[in-house]
Write a protein that binds this ligand. Structure first.
Ligand code: UFG
Length: 329
């Protein structure tokens, strides 16, 4: 049996592929290489360069490789971009997922793990949010993912098809073994930007908004190490394969850090100050998003191993420093 990983040449997907291979799984990656990199796919995995919306290609890939489970990462992830160009997000994240789910059903793949997001909650207040909290996405990005969750729910009700949607909080850091990391060109994520600034790849960075209803006025997020997130996927895969029912679960540590606290961590780990300039708030940003991950811990048996902001930052900085020497693509 083979696991199909869509978006396996991307940031989180490539960590997943390394993890699956280490666990002895056979892996096929489908990636259009629009933001991912060929080099990010380990040579032991099969890479099919293509679009998940190409249903003939997907069905052929599933059937030829005896795929029994799909882990679906491919998609667009930048909240402000989704505000500027909502239809691109509904196309890439919702329509294309619909086609992929349809291919899975037609080719009788019963196990499906989906990259969802904390952005489905919108601004949930300062307390950790659990899966019962009513979703109120504040960006087209969040809604594009929520609609896919709903398609999965309805598909599971109608067919012999089981899914786990993992709602990621703020994923950061890099593979502790240094094999892959966040390499996306033009990435906008806070820890990546702060690391680039620390390493002199940009002269300064901006802090978006300082008037939020949070302790220091900057936005609070729950930063989770990518390797802990990947571990949750593998547990979800084992659970689905052994007949577990469909579920939605948060993946975060349950503790929030403000933008200022993250910048302070990067300065601490790097050992030098960063030029961080306050500017106006970014459209679509919620003040605070922190996970209650009791469900993942209780039902998946998830035990995070890398819950330490400075360690996340340390791995991200190390990868960022190594990245400049990589021959991309
Ligand atoms: N930020 C800055 N300066 C920067 C970059 C970010 O101040 O240069 C701030 C943002 O305004 C926000 C916080 O840092 O307050 C985190 O921003 P990110 O762009 O790193 O992440 P988001 O919270 O916007 O979104 C991320 C992922 C989504 C996911 C969401 C869940 O991009 O996929 O976390 O909370 F849904």
């Amino acid at each position: 049996m083979t696991v199909l990983v869509t978006g396996g040449a991307g940031y989180i997907g490539s960590h997943m592929v390394w993890d699956l291979l280490e666990a002895g799984e056979s892996v096929v990656v489908v990636d259009a290489l629009s933001t991912g990199f060929k080099w990010a796919v380990p040579p032991e995995a099969k890479l099919v360069v293509g679009d998940i919306a190409d249903q003939a290609l997907m069905r052929q890939t599933i059937e030829r490789n005896y795929v029994d489970a799909i882990i679906h990462f491919a998609g667009s992830v930048v909240v402000p971009d989704s505000v500027r160009d909502p239809l691109a997000y509904y196309e890439n994240n919702t329509s294309k997922s619909r086609t992929l789910i349809d291919a899975a059903v037609k080719s009788e793949v019963k196990n499906f793990i989906f990259s969802s997001t904390a952005a489905v909650y919108g601004d949930a207040g300062l307390l950790p949010v659990d899966e019962e909290h009513p979703p109120r996405p504040e960006s087209p990005y969040g809604l594009s993912k929520l609609m896919t969750e709903w398609m999965l729910r309805d598909t599971a009700a109608a067919h012999n098809f089981h899914y786990t949607a993992l709602r990621y909080f703020n994923v950061a850091g890099a593979d502790p073994k240094g094999r892959t990391g966040q390499s996306t060109r033009g990435a906008t994520h806070l820890i990546k930007i702060a690391c680039e600034t620390a390493l002199g790849k940009r002269r300064f960075m901006e802090v978006f908004g300082n008037n939020y209803s949070t302790p220091d006025g900057t936005c609070v997020r729950d930063y989770i190490h990518v390797s802990d997130l990947v571990a949750a996927h593998r547990l979800a895969l084992e659970r689905l394969r052994s007949g577990g029912s469909s579920m939605v679960a948060n993946c975060g540590y349950g503790r929030g850090y403000s933008v200022k606290e993250v910048i302070a961590s990067v300065e601490r780990v790097h050992g030098a100050p960063i030029d961080a300039r306050p500017t106006s708030a970014r459209p679509g940003d919620a003040a605070s998003v922190v996970a209650d991950s009791s469900k993942a811990r209780n039902e998946l048996g998830w035990v995070p191993q890398l819950d330490d902001l400075d360690k996340i930052v340390e791995s991200a900085l190390k990868w960022e420093a190594a990245l400049q020497f990589r021959n991309q693509r």
